[in-house]
Design a protein around this ligand. Structure first.
Ligand SMILES: C[S@@+](CC[C@H](N)C(=O)[O-])C[C@H]1O[C@@H](n2cnc3c(N)ncnc32)[C@H](O)[C@@H]1O
Length: 249
């Protein structure tokens, strides 16, 4: 009877551990997050730290979906903290994607177009402050448009006015753009095509409980893909590439 109770307690403890999110605390990150609006889940910060510590190469990192710069600033901070040279690229369309919406937000005088211009200028201000000296190459394109240019090895001007050559493979991709199934799956396919073996992909909002169904489905497919290994659910899904690229670069 006593053994049974101990086993029950152990099982409950293990389940609690499995369901609890590991986090990373540091004063700078807390203050950065107070000042930079964003949606970066605390579990993602823990996973960024883990991936950045374990990066296999100096290849670039890609963030799809930047909003006001919270996660881009966090990634840049962690790259600095761990003495990593990897260049961060980010892309965002900074536009409201829904078709046939009215020009104004309901019950307001704010235009959608003005709102997204404000978000982009907030991104610039936030990264120029928190990532000064190590700005990401941020490209104002949707992820599909970005990958079209990436495949062409295009030379583009980033939103800070710097010329940058695109192309090659990534060491880590953070997918946090459109969370519907088709665009998220397309982002995964594009990232996969340009991810080095041993590289990582983190899918935002892919948690089993409360995640977005599209992002969750893409994450489950990645876990089932024999070329990928599940590294962590914290609660979002982090996978690591085992095999070669799916497409020719
Ligand atoms: C959840 S927010 C990103 C939050 C940000 N990563 C953070 O943690 O602070 C999603 C962002 O994805 C952008 N987005 C939506 N669809 C996109 C697409 N197809 N390509 C690139 N960005 C997209 C939106 O404009 C928005 O800024």
């Amino acid at each position: 009877m006593e053994t049974l109770n101990i086993l029950r307690i152990l099982k409950r403890k293990l389940l609690r551990q499995r369901n609890s999110t590991q986090t990373l605390h540091c004063m700078f990150l807390d203050y950065l997050r107070y000042a930079t609006p964003g949606m970066c889940a605390t579990g993602n910060i823990y996973l960024f730290d883990k991936v950045i510590r374990e990066l296999n190469s100096n290849l670039p990192i890609l963030e799809i979906g930047s909003w006001c710069g919270q996660s881009a600033n966090i990634i840049t901070y962690l790259l600095r903290k761990h003495g990593k040279q990897n260049q961060l690229f980010t892309c965002d369309g900074w536009k409201y994607e829904a078709k046939n919406h009215p020009p104004l937000f309901p019950d307001s005088d704010v235009l959608f177009a003005d709102y997204y211009a404000f978000i982009k200028s907030s991104y610039i201000r936030n990264t120029e402050f928190f990532s000064a000296g190590r700005l990401p190459h941020s490209i104002h394109l949707t992820s599909n448009e970005f990958f079209d240019e990436w495949r062409k090895n295009a030379v583009l001007t980033d939103i800070f006015g710097r010329s940058v050559q695109l192309g090659g493979n990534f060491a880590f991709c953070f997918i946090n753009g459109d969370h519907a199934y088709e665009p998220a799956a397309q982002d995964f396919t594009n990232c996969d095509a340009h991810l080095e073996t041993g590289g990582f992909i983190l899918l935002d909002d892919s948690a089993t409980d409360g995640g977005w169904p599209g992002a969750y489905q893409v994450a489950e497919e990645a876990i089932g893909n024999p070329r990928y290994k599940l590294v962590s659910r914290n609660p979002n899904v982090l996978v690591q590439k085992q095999g070669a690229n799916a497409l020719v670069n």
